[in-house]
Design a protein around this ligand. Structure first.
Ligand code: NAP
Length: 248
């Protein structure tokens, strides 16, 4: 039986690249999305045309019942779970703290913090050897923003990723004896559509000169780092962080 992985926010960007690479490495993949059903179906079709297995499941990470339904769909279709990539994440228009209201803060925290907590809980319940599971791997997609703070752009987003880093450390220690490793990847400036959500689709071009390697990263380069944590070479890594930021 193939190993099974859930990738949240896998219709585009880093999540889609991760789902495709996971399938190449032999995982059956649950491709989660929020609204872009066609893009999610395209990822599934690419996986299937390569001989792999995948399903697309709509679930809004801001809604707990959607998350529970997503895991139930994987239970029903595949009957096992071996991996989770908490990749779905959002940011809003670039702003200083003066213009960030509590409604925005709650939207960011729901998707970037509460949802990964909920997904981790559901994955642990299924994968823990203490509960009869076979162990597994969780990778949280954080951001260099957690360390750099994103001043003048979105410190709410940066703070949410800081919380995700702390979840990574704490949960890694909590479930290490249950056959589950929990790690995080911290991308820097990666060329995806997320920058348009911040109101600046061309952001990568503007900031690339501040990156020591002199360019933005590609989604595939982040996917490779995420999948390293699923490899046998990462068997002794938990609570670890891999920065994929061109040196920034
Ligand atoms: P992206 O291109 O904007 O893609 C976002 C993905 O998440 C899409 O598949 C989208 O689905 C999904 N999504 C958004 N809101 C969702 C929700 N409420 N529920 C379920 N799915 C949702 O983003 P990306 O750049 O690939 O970023 C992926 C992760 O990397 C995020 O956690 C982000 O914070 C992190 N990251 C990115 C960068 C960067 O420079 N790109 C840097 C550091 C960290 P739909 O297509 O259906 O909308």
């Amino acid at each position: 039986m193939e190993k099974v992985m859930i990738v949240t926010g896998a219709s585009r960007g880093i999540g889609a690249a991760t789902a495709l690479l996971a399938a190449q490495r032999g995982y059956a993949v649950c491709v989660n999305y929020k609204q872009n059903a066609q893009a999610a179906q395209d990822v599934v079709a690419q996986i299937e045309s390569g001989g792999g297995q995948a399903i697309a499941v709509r679930a809004d990470m801001a809604v707990e019942s959607d998350i529970l339904a997503l895991f139930a769909a994987v239970d029903e279709r595949f009957g096992r779970l071996d991996g989770l990539v908490n990749n779905a994440g959002i940011l809003e228009r670039q702003a200083t703290l003066r213009d960030i209201d509590s409604a925005r803060l709650r939207r960011i925290l729901e998707v970037n913090v509460v949802a990964p907590f909920t997904c981790c809980r559901e994955a642990v319940r299924r994968m823990s050897t203490r509960d009869g599971g076979q162990g597994g791997v969780i990778v949280n997609v954080s951001s260099m923003a957690a360390r750099l703070g994103s001043a003048g752009e979105y410190i709410d987003y940066a703070a949410s990723k800081g919380a995700l880093d702390t979840l990574t450390v704490g949960l890694a220690r909590e479930v290490a004896a249950e056959g589950i490793r929990v790690n995080a990847v911290r991308p820097g400036v990666i060329d995806t559509e997320i920058h348009a959500s911040g109101g600046e689709p061309g952001r990568v071009e503007r900031v690339k000169h501040s990156v020591p390697l002199g360019r933005g990263g590609k989604a595939e380069e982040v996917a490779g780092a995420i999948m390293w944590f699923f490899s046998p070479e990462a068997a002794y890594s938990t609570g670890a962080f891999l920065d994929v930021s061109g040196g920034k």
